[in-house]
Design a protein around this ligand. Structure first.
Ligand code: MN
Length: 228
């Protein structure tokens, strides 16, 4: 059997210190997972159930060296996040089993057309136009959990033109990685290849063409790109 159109290219994320890649199936993102960021966006940081949205697998940009400023927005924000990638999954995963599903970690940016997101929130409309656009998710190389373990704390930061804009600690996450996996698996059947962006600390802000953006998570990875 042949396909009637060419098969789409698989989305492959490089694995650090390796010639192997991690193939992507789905991309999930967690909203408002650091209290200080929930407050800066005008929300109550109490421990409500986490909520999720998605990006498209091909929105991921491996080691994205350039971020093309997207159309139809004049307020594109950076959100630095811990990225979790799964080597297996199923439905209804117990918190105590969740870390067994994790292949590794990365640092990534959940770029957001904040003006379109604000319009969508006001109108009760979906977020895809604000979140799931081309090149919206640059990601570092993947670091296997076999190498670094499962980071539950550590500095997470982002600089624009060498000015520190975002800084937090992974231990400030309202919902921790095992809880995120467990909650997500109540809603969706998770599987190998799934990528989860786990929310951003406070300090989100706009980028402009020409900006140099660098970010990292101590003990995990760093990522640098230029807004073009
Ligand atoms: Mn985010």
């Amino acid at each position: 059997m042949t396909t009637v159109i060419p098969l789409p290219a698989p989305v492959l994320l490089p694995v650090a210190h390796s010639d192997q890649t991690f193939p992507v199936r789905r991309v999930y993102c967690v909203g408002r997972n650091y209290a200080a960021h929930a407050i800066e966006m005008g929300h109550d940081p109490s421990r409500e159930p986490p909520f999720f949205f998605q990006k498209n697998p091909d929105n991921l940009v491996p080691q994205g060296a350039e971020f093309p400023y997207p159309p139809l927005s004049s307020d594109v924000h950076h959100e630095v996040e811990l990225v979790v990638v799964l080597k297996k999954g199923c439905s209804a995963i117990d918190v105590s089993d969740a870390l067994d599903c994790v292949y590794g970690y990365a640092v990534g940016i959940d770029f957001t057309r904040r003006d379109l997101q604000a319009q969508a929130k006001t109108a009760g409309k979906p977020w895809e136009a604000a979140k799931a656009f081309e090149h919206s998710a640059p990601v570092s190389t993947i670091v296997p959990a076999q190498v670094i373990g499962h980071p539950a704390n550590g500095n997470i930061w982002l600089k624009v033109n060498n000015d520190l804009k975002q800084q937090g600690d992974l231990n400030q996450m309202i919902w921790k990685v095992p809880e995120i996996i467990a909650e997500l698996s109540k809603l969706f059947r998770l599987d190998a290849g799934d990528v989860i962006m786990t929310g951003t600390p406070s300090g989100v802000g706009a980028v402009s063409r020409g900006d140099e953006v660098s970010c990292g998570i101590d003990g995990v990875a760093t990522l640098t790109l230029t807004v073009i």
